[in-house]
Design a binder for this molecule. Structure first.
Ligand SMILES: NC(=O)c1ccc[n+]([C@@H]2O[C@H](COP(=O)([O-])OP(=O)(O)OC[C@H]3O[C@@H](n4cnc5c(N)ncnc54)[C@H](O)[C@@H]3O)[C@@H](O)[C@H]2O)c1
Length: 329
């Protein structure tokens, strides 16, 4: 059985991926247990323990270690992974704007350290998978009628914020390591991933919480901003199809649901679940890139990727999960 080391494996994406892959591969998890959202500490503490417990129940070894620590290299040498998935990073764009130095350290430096560990360790890696982001594109292009053109992998990337810039810098360094040191890489660009155990205060989590609290959903700029919301199981399907697949080596894939949905539509979905939730609009200067659907044709054609869960269904799954957990933290 091939060994996969999932860095950031106790985070939202890393945890779900570990669970999905553990019947086919020998999985090892490394995570530094960094909480980026102090005011969501209770949820983070609850879900991190839950994830750790579930991975322990599945027999997956979890090591608490930071990629930047000297001991990380020894861990990699001891495990001798065939494949490494890097799902570790500061995960939220707004935080990178607030604290650019920490963003550099936790998005760029840690990934660079990981590449150096791979380059200088006596291991024989067959694949390095980097979880990048749709934020590398910056503002999505528009057609003459002003309609968003789904972003595709071959188009130029022009990130407009620190998060997107560091993610793109990582992609460029990875490709340079391929040219100089034969790094067999695959880059995955997800978008607006949501689902059980997420606790980084993304819009899906915030709106569902408002539902449970019978509260008020606030829409920035009327909620006209579009996102390609992707249920976590679909993202994990896409990543797992790229893993150990010769077709995915030296390739970049958009992995998302493939549909742009307005944040106002998300609010309406939540309102249908919780009719007493209120929705109000505020005027807020747009600070995120204009996005929408990503073009997922490449993943469909090369990997046979087929997203299954639309936003209505995914939010129902997420709400049903939260029902059993939200009162416990
Ligand atoms: N969730 C999304 O919507 C989304 C969308 C696009 C891209 N991504 C990317 O996916 C990756 C995972 O995101 P997530 O939502 O699971 O975030 P998360 O915060 O839930 O998980 C990240 C994990 O990485 C760990 N980590 C961070 N720095 C580390 C280090 N130096 N050494 C070891 N562990 C470290 C953290 O402790 C955390 O458990 C990130 O790179 C993020 O940029 C996420």
């Amino acid at each position: 059985m091939k060994k996969i080391l999932i860095v950031g494996g106790l985070g939202f994406i890393g945890y779900h991926l570990s669970r999905k892959l553990c019947s086919q591969f020998e999985i090892y998890v490394v995570d530094a247990l960094i909480n980026y959202i102090p005011n969501n500490y209770k949820a983070w503490n609850y879900y991190t323990m839950l994830r750790q417990q579930e991975l322990n129940n599945l027999g997956i070894p979890c090591f608490i270690n930071n990629v930047n620590d000297l001991s990380f290299k020894q861990l990699v040498v001891n495990i001798k992974p065939d494949i490494i998935v890097n799902a570790a990073s500061m995960p939220v764009a707004l935080l990178a704007d607030i604290n650019p130095s920490q963003a550099k350290q936790d998005i760029f430096d840690s990934q660079f350290q990981l590449l150096e560990t791979i380059r200088t360790s006596p291991i024989n890696l067959s694949q390095y998978i980097y979880i990048s982001s749709s934020m590398v594109y910056g503002n999505f292009l528009r057609d003459d009628a002003g309609k968003i053109i789904p972003a595709s992998e071959e188009q130029a990337c022009h990130p407009i914020d620190g998060y997107g810039a560091f993610k793109l810098a990582n992609e460029i360094i990875i490709q340079q390591y391929h040219k100089k040191y034969n790094l067999p890489f695959t880059i995955i660009r997800p978008s607006a991933v949501y689902g059980p155990t997420d606790c980084n205060l993304r819009v899906t989590e915030i709106f569902l919480r408002k539902g449970f609290e019978h509260g008020t959903i606030e829409l920035d700029n009327g909620g006209l901003h579009e996102l390609d919301f992707t249920y976590i199981e679909d993202l994990c399907q896409g990543i797992s199809l790229a893993i150990n697949n010769p077709k995915s080596i030296h390739q970049i894939f958009n992995i998302s649901y493939g549909q742009g949905r307005k944040i106002a539509e998300l609010a309406q979905i939540v309102k249908q679940m919780f009719p007493d939730v209120k929705i109000i609009s505020n005027e807020c200067k747009p600070f995120r890139p204009n996005r929408g659907a990503m073009n997922i044709t490449k993943a469909k054609e090369m990997l046979n990727y087929r997203p299954q869960v639309d936003l209505e269904q995914g939010m129902m799954f997420y709400r049903d999960f939260l029902k059993h957990h939200i009162g416990l933290y």
